[in-house]
Write a protein that binds this ligand. Sequence first.
Ligand code: HEM
Length: 123
Amino acid sequence: MKELTSADDLLLLFRAFYARAGKDEFLSPFFATLNLETHLPHIISFWESLLFGAGTYSGDMMGAHIRVHESRAMQTRDFEQWVKLLHQTTDDFFEGEKATELKNRAQQIAQLLSLKFTGKIMN
Ligand code: HEM
């Protein structure tokens, strides 16, 4: 098991995450038309900015999900499944402080998004 220390680690993690999400009963419809090669640099810069202070993310995270929600409504169970899958994928590849921080931040952000889009607090 390895510590999560770089953008390359994040790339490995999120490739594995999206491979699993693509087969997931609840999540796959959201990612069916997503161009992964275009999306991955955004998600990597988002996470390397949060975890390593890289300052490379200049996207509009909330706006992106407003558009997702308009075309397909996200429900509390979708956020719960997203977090569960990301936690599992992280634990399958990484350990240590940054891996734990990624899981905690993902949970917190998912809670905020869930509250915003569903009006309900996720588990
Ligand atoms: C039900 C849960 C979620 C679903 C179905 C979902 C789905 C998506 C989709 C389809 C996109 C691509 C939008 C586009 O470019 O057209 C996206 C972008 C993104 N998502 Fe999520 N998402 C979820 C939760 C989260 C959470 C909890 C986080 C953060 C912890 C997150 C972080 C991001 C980021 C950083 C982007 C890139 C935004 C940009 O292009 O700058 N997502 N999401």
